[in-house]
Design a binder for this molecule. Sequence first.
Ligand SMILES: C[S@@+](CC[C@H](N)C(=O)[O-])C[C@H]1O[C@@H](n2cnc3c(N)ncnc32)[C@H](O)[C@@H]1O
Length: 378
Amino acid sequence: MTDNHDTETTKPVLPATTTTSGGGEGSATATTGLLPPEHWTQLGRVAIYDEENEEDPGAQDNLSSTASISSSILKYRTIQGRTYHSEVGNASYWGTNDARHNNSLDILHHLFTLVLDGKLFLAPVKNPKKVLDVGTGTGIWAIDFADQYPDATVIGTDISPIQPSWVPSNVRFDIEDCTRDWSFADNDFDFVHIRYLSGCIPDWFEFFRQAYRVISPGGYLESYEGSPNVRSDDDTLPPDSAIAQWGPLFVNGGKLIGRSFSVVDEGLQAKAMAAAGFVDIQTRRIKVPSGPWPADPHQKEIGLFSQHAVESDVEGFILFFTNVQQWSREQVQVYITHLLRELHSKKHHVYHYESVVWGRKPQVDEVPAGISAAPEVA
Ligand SMILES: C[S@@+](CC[C@H](N)C(=O)[O-])C[C@H]1O[C@@H](n2cnc3c(N)ncnc32)[C@H](O)[C@@H]1O
């Protein structure tokens, strides 16, 4: 197995043409690095993946299995036939919440555990008794954690009721908007886990302050996020390729809705943890390949799952942001055909960074490192 933890910084690949938004078709804007959507229709569809934009038949299964949830939470919004979460608090989430996309989330869970060499987390958590998974998605991490730690009570929160009902007895799911005040008591959890919420959080500093409040002294927060910016070290990623455009599409879209996708690239996790008061903050920055190009078998497997997660539902990942950026249905579908063709071509030796950051809430009487204790006064 190859150690792929990498601290080297490589600049994201941006299109070479950087004109302003008034530039000709096919040029990228200087500020966003994003090609105008007409670029794709100008190129035309390529025959690789002829997916029609039908309503996901599997979405009905979710609805019936969560019949006890109040009907307002199930009134999903739709974009081009795909469903999104209903109005809950301040939440604005970019992913679809239908069966097709939930399948991608479960593939991503497998990918993330492969990246962590089979582990569910890296923080030195011992004998956890109460654990919170914020933005739990399909609840797959919470369920696996509950299975591994049968003595722990695990709570997963989300704005979409997409979690299964057959779960271990020590796990439960609550509908809660994590961008509002959390409903949990102070010092309630010995571990809070947060994964893959880039593009969902308006203020990471406030977010981790809330986590700090609910974690008991000595407990841990762990945050696992990925960068959408795709890179290559061997010039196999043309700047105007569909793969290279993935990052700017998300980064620019996140800016437009006030929810950053630059969490990893700006080191926000560690900064927000330190500002909240966490100590012993550790960061593991990991290069994650996409596609089966690495020679190392473990990295090749990671690359396969990374590609598979995207391929399984490209539309569910991008439709919200292409809609925000006013792409037409045709532009979206043509872009998808190019992306899939490039992914299948195996010519692009690409990767992105993922960052796992964890920190400990100090004990009440703990003296911060580097400061000597005051002598006791008799
Ligand atoms: C990309 S998924 C990640 C799911 C899960 N953490 C994982 O790693 O498998 C993001 C999840 O966050 C949820 N989410 C987005 N905004 C939220 C909010 N304001 N409050 C709670 N959950 C939110 C979405 O509904 C979605 O299920």
